[in-house]
Write a new protein. Structure first.
Length: 123
């Protein structure tokens, strides 16, 4: 059983294809261990969507900081579509690393999220 958990939510559930739009990815992290931990999450998105609304940015690092035992934190990041985003299902990869007070890797977790881009004019 993992000592550090990550729950994710995306709102709204879809991006708009062929135009600028955004969704919010909510990261809910909990330290279920007995240790103080430094936690960070790397998020990777495909090239046709971005973590920035002004340039192409496919990798982002979210440093959540130090967690006390039992502590929960929430962080929200935005994911953007643009004129080159076509209707499809995009896979978002995440990697969560937690380190103990000696800066030694305590736990590693990874996963995938699926985000759809839809053409609002298609039937």
């Amino acid at each position: 059983m993992h000592k550090v958990t990550l729950d994710t939510k995306i709102f709204p559930l879809v991006l708009k294809a062929y135009k600028r739009s955004e969704v919010e990815l909510e990261l809910n992290v909990e330290n279920k261990s007995e240790n103080f931990l430094w936690i960070e999450i790397t998020v990777n998105v495909p090239n046709l969507i971005s973590l920035s609304n002004v340039k192409d940015l496919s990798t982002g690092l979210v440093r959540l900081g130090i967690f006390r035992p039992g502590q929960k934190k929430q962080k929200k990041i935005k994911i953007y579509s643009h004129g080159r985003t076509y209707p499809d299902e995009y896979v978002i990869d995440w990697l969560m690393l937690s380190y103990d007070e000696e800066a030694v890797l305590f736990e590693r977790g990874e996963g995938k999220l699926h985000l759809r881009a839809v053409d609002e004019y298609s039937k």
